[in-house]
Design a protein around this ligand. Structure first.
Ligand code: HXC
Length: 524
């Protein structure tokens, strides 16, 4: 009797295993070979190919592959393997990450209730464990057939985007035509990376045409150029899926697993004490001559490596990540090549957001100053430069990470304060001898302070020139500020890398507490 029962059990088990294999095969096929072929023809990878490229080989462990859509609304009879999203975890360079990858071949990667549930529960796991969530977005937005259930699915995701913000890094790759909710969730994450084959919009060209009568192409409405240059929605771009996925790996190398941990410090490959005399060839001592701030940043950072964030948006300010003696740093720098480095609405938004992202993940701030002020103009005033500029003041002041400032040339007026001055909470402020810390430029100041003298003089032009020179000698230098302790030291530029490194190392264990509050109220 006993052997017969064992045979039956074996038979049953074989059947169950065959069913498992068959179900898994179906799930792995996604929307089927035809739609996958179309995906490839559009120069895109499939959802699973993307995960394979992103993660260390063989490290992916899938969760909920057999999830099925709720048979609500108009979904009856429709197939949606894995409910259109592959979720799970794996490693990148040996570090744990959680990843979801939307499958455009399944109902256009649209998000239904179960699809949203899968992403939400992945985010819950990531927050409990303390590891980044990477979203690979390729989705037509809310799944129309599921009606309000799909909106509920989005609600679950948006809610977690907000409550886990600042807890674990959240990174979004936009790899296809993303619409509606498919762009709002990424917009709530820390970094948005975009393929040049992808689009982002809340409402597509068809809807826009019917509502506003405007005719616009996908590209002109929400292509990478738009979001990298005009809207400021995207932080980094890649030519295709692979380039975007590689950028994610690079970005993660600077970030901690969660705000409970320190960001990764590497063994320095580049001597932190190395003199940098080449910076003297980069920055011209004549304050009117623009120069290449990127070259200066690269000359000081380890190996000249700088991952610039939002490189094409608000180019008057530069933000990005690099290392100094192996320590990760977030760099903020005025760019004298655009608008003479003046701060405007977009530059303030860009810098404030970056400062807060760095502070949330414990990455020290390194600020390079060469700024004449906030950009004057009616458009700026009416656009709310007061409100936007205030974000920068606020973001620097509330940040508790190590904060070091280097004044390269001009540091004038409100922009001097907004670029992390001593009184706004900088831990260490250094200046080059070329620095000029003053309430405004010599021309403007002399015209105001000596107006009467200039007007009543027999030779106003000559008097004006004299007074400008007088003012410049008195205030357009680092010495007044250094004399009052607003600058900790005036340094030989060739020593910049060594001294910034020494101060950074000194500050690495910095602890700074803030008074208890529910949260601050940064002007938005
Ligand atoms: C269900 C959808 C879908 C959707 C597309 N599909 N959008 N299924 N819900 N929202 C299906 C199509 O029927 C098609 O199925 C497949 O996905 C691929 O779509 P195509 O149109 O053939 O692809 P393509 O030409 O590449 O165009 C992609 C697209 C377009 C630009 C994204 O599909 C589109 O405009 N979709 C509607 C976008 C939208 O309005 N979404 C709702 C947003 S509202 P088959 O079977 O033929 O392969 C929203 C609310 C949340 O998201 C807001 C929160 C704040």
């Amino acid at each position: 009797m006993a052997p017969k029962m064992a045979d039956n059990a074996r038979l049953l088990l074989d059947e169950l295993l065959a069913e498992l294999e068959e179900r898994r095969r179906k799930v792995l096929m996604g929307g089927g070979p035809e739609r996958q072929k179309k995906q490839h023809e559009q120069g895109k990878l499939t959802a699973r190919e993307r995960i394979d490229h992103l993660l260390d080989e063989g490290s992916f462990v899938e969760l909920m592959p057999f999830a099925e859509h709720l048979e609500t609304g108009l979904m009856e009879g429709l197939e949606a393997p894995a409910d259109g999203v592959v979720t799970g975890y794996g490693t990148i360079g040996g570090r744990l990450v959680f990843v979801f990858s939307q499958d455009f071949t399944v109902l256009g990667g649209s998000l239904g209730k179960m699809h949203g549930r899968k992403i939400a529960s992945l985010m819950d796991l990531a927050a409990k464990v303390g590891a980044p969530v990477i979203g690979l977005n390729d989705s037509a937005g809310a799944r129309i057939q599921e009606g309000v259930d799909s909106l509920s699915g989005y609600g679950e995701v948006f809610y977690r985007n907000a409550i886990y913000s600042g807890v674990i890094p959240q990174i979004s790759a936009i790899l296809g035509p993303c619409a509606g909710g498919a762009v709002y969730s990424p917009a709530m994450t820390d970094f948005v990376l975009m393929s040049r084959r992808a689009y982002m919009f809340i409402t597509g060209p068809e809807v826009i045409k019917s509502v506003t009568k405007e005719e616009v192409s996908f590209e002109a409405l929400g292509g990478a150029d738009v979001h990298m240059e005009k809207s400021g929605v995207a932080h980094l771009e890649g030519e295709d899926d692979r380039e975007v996925l590689d950028l994610i790996k690079k970005l993660l190398s600077y970030l901690p697993q969660s705000s409970r941990e320190r960001p990764p410090v590497l063994e320095p490959q580049d001597d932190p004490h190395r003199p940098v005399p080449e910076v003297l060839d980069i920055v011209h001592p004549d304050a009117k001559r623009p120069y290449n701030m990127h070259a200066l940043i690269r000359a000081i950072l380890d190996g000249g490596e700088f991952l610039e964030i939002q490189p094409r948006f608000a180019r008057n300010i530069i933000v990005g990540l690099g290392r100094l003696g192996g320590y990760p740093v977030g760099v903020i720098a005025n760019n004298p090549r655009f608008m003479a480095g003046a701060l405007d609405i977009n530059a303030s938004d860009k810098a404030a957001r970056f400062i807060r992202t760095m502070d949330a993940f414990g990455i020290p701030l390194l600020t390079f100053v060469d700024v004449t002020g906030f950009l004057p103009g009616v458009a700026q005033e009416h656009g709310g430069i007061i409100r936007h500029g205030a974000k920068m003041l606020f973001a620097y002041a509330e940040a508790t990470v190590p904060k070091i400032t280097l004044i390269v040339r001009k540091a004038y007026g409100g922009a001097y304060l907004a670029m992390n001055s001593k009184d706004m909470g900088a831990d260490v402020v250094l200046a080059w001898p070329t620095a000029a810390v003053a309430v405004m430029g010599a021309e403007g100041a002399a015209n105001i302070v000596f107006r009467r003298e200039i007007q009543t003089s027999p030779n106003p032009e000559e008097t004006r020139r004299k007074k400008i020179e007088e003012y410049r000698r008195a205030f357009d230098n680092p010495w007044v500020a250094a004399g009052r302790g607003y600058i900790d030291d005036v340094i030989d530029p060739a020593e910049t890398r060594r001294l910034l490194y020494r101060h950074l190392r000194m500050l690495w264990e910095k602890k700074e507490e803030r008074p208890w509050k529910r949260h601050d109220n940064i002007p938005l």
